[in-house]
Ligand binder design. Structure first.
Ligand code: MSP
Length: 461
């Protein structure tokens, strides 16, 4: 049986999830559902990145122990993923014992390979990034991502010989490792330009995993975090899922996934994942998502705007998957009204009502010839989720026009209604990864040939 292993980044549980985190989780869920639909053996992994200075400080601020602090937020993440119908197979936490064991094992492997050595680190650390910057990376001394002052730090540290893997990484990129293609060149150029060895241990705080060969040091949080993707497959029965088919993430952490992670694996003698895919960043109403300015949409608000399926649909429909985009509340409501209610809802409601009244009769289906099934499947395979929806909704339009043209309410033509019923079944099949609740309702209505008029699927707002 073909397998498909897809991951989200593991999120920092220093705050509750917002629409940006939900975006990645929903996209991964859609891909997982698509592969399940194809009958594949799917493993969908998500989770939380719980070690490091950032979490330690956030916990301290609330006067809590790090573990106690993250436990509450992990619960919130799990509840929210449930509310979003994100149907993962495992929620991994970097504080899980089985994960910690594998991190130490990989560190030891890289160390035995002589890819880890002791040195000294001097640089500018941005805690929200959990990353060192050189002076020239900073913008007037400020972190280029968070625009806050980076802290000058000097510490003894173990280094990973990232520089040694330059050629091997470039060979990997040649095989089409980085997706979408538009993001590949930036990484290739950076690797071509030369790699610096990576500081992979810390001594200035202790909320993390101890290095097996020097317990005074704790593992750099990114070394620890990236390993989650592999450690989850060390669980009994899950071994067959490695290498991962797809690591999905936001563009800001593509470097960690496309350079550092495969280099660590190559050093440890483990196959790299098949692909990494970096999607773009969402803004809200044209502005950066930010807790400080209050420009945030959490999961409860997201779902309350127009219902869960409309939110899932909107996120995938409104932004070409891979590119940056904007989340606007009114745009969501507009698409809910104009596309889901007026187009899809209307089609289902009219056809089910007419089919109940006049019945259906099997015939050769000319309408279905206009359904671009192959294209849709190709878009799924290429992670062009917005294009999947474009194709499906172009066909929904065709079906609505067909109803108008054939006027089955006048002709009582059972064959036309049969064509439309079959079309809706197909539409529902391909939409089910995006709007699982609604597809289930549609399937219930059309699963037998004794069709009953559907309830309203999407109430207009
Ligand atoms: N813990 C690291 C990842 C380690 S993976 C081995 C991390 N966590 S995070 O909580 O900051 O989550 C970042 C991810 O959340 C992004 O890569 C993206 O998937 C998602 N997003 C967060 N904000 C986002 C937007 N504004 N827009 C789109 N996705 C965003 O980084």
């Amino acid at each position: 049986m073909k397998k498909f292993y897809v991951t989200t980044p593991i999120f920092y549980p220093n705050d509750i999830p917002h629409v940006g985190h939900a975006y990645t989780a929903i996209a991964a869920d859609i891909l997982a559902r698509w592969h399940r639909l194809k009958g594949e053996d799917v493993f969908f992994l998500t989770g939380t990145d719980e070690h490091g200075k950032k979490i330690e400080s956030a916990a301290k601020k609330q006067g809590k122990k790090p573990k106690e602090f993250v436990d509450e937020l992990v619960k919130k993440y799990k509840d929210d993923w449930k509310k979003l119908n994100v149907d993962y197979d495992r929620f991994i936490r970097t504080t899980d014992k089985d994960h910690e064991k594998v991190v130490r094992e990989i560190l030891q492997k890289c160390y035995d390979k002589k890819d880890i050595y002791l040195g000294k680190y001097e640089g500018f650390y941005c805690t929200p990034c959990e990353q060192y910057y050189t002076e020239k990376d900073l913008v007037d001394g400020f972190c280029p991502v968070h625009k806050i002052k980076a802290e000058k730090l000097k510490e003894k540290s173990y280094f990973f010989k990232l520089s040694k893997y330059r050629k091997k990484l470039l060979a990997l990129y040649k095989k089409g490792f980085i997706l979408p293609k538009s993001r590949e060149m930036e990484i290739i150029n950076r690797v071509r330009g030369g790699l610096q060895d990576l500081s992979i241990s810390r001594t200035s705080f202790d909320w993390g995993i101890k290095l097996p060969f020097d317990e005074k040091h704790i593992a750099y949080v990114w070394f620890d975090a990236l390993t989650n993707y592999y450690s989850a497959t060390r669980e009994k029965g899950k071994e067959k899922f490695w290498p991962a088919d797809l690591h999905l993430m936001g563009k800001e952490i593509l470097w960690f996934h496309s350079a550092i992670w495969p280099a660590i694996l190559l050093s440890a003698g483990i196959k790299p994942p098949k692909n990494v895919f970096a999607h773009g960043w969402l803004t809200i109403e044209g502005e950066k998502i930010s807790k400080t300015t209050g420009n945030v949409i959490n999961v409860d608000e997201l779902v309350s705007l127009a219902g869960l399926d409309s939110a899932r649909y909107f996120l995938m429909r409104s932004v070409p998957f891979g590119e940056d985009g904007d989340f606007s509340r009114t745009a969501l409501v507009d698409r809910h009204n104009n596309e889901l209610a007026d187009k899809l809802g209307n089609l289902v409601s009219r056809v089910s009502a007419l089919a109940e009244k006049y019945g259906i009769e099997k015939t050769q289906n000319d309408l279905m010839k206009k359904f671009k099934e192959k294209e849709i499947e190709n878009h799924f395979e290429n992670y062009e989720l917005d294009k999947v929806l474009n194709e499906i909704f172009a066909f929904v339009d065709i079906c609505n026009e067909y109803v108008q043209e054939k006027k089955p309410w006048e002709t009582h033509d059972k064959k036309v209604l049969f064509e439309l019923v079959e079309a809706i079944r197909k539409i529902s099949f391909y939409l089910s990864p995006f709007i699982p609740q609604t597809s289930e309702k549609i399937n219930k209505i059309f699963e037998t040939n004794k069709i009953k008029k559907a309830e309203v699927l999407f109430k207009k707002i």
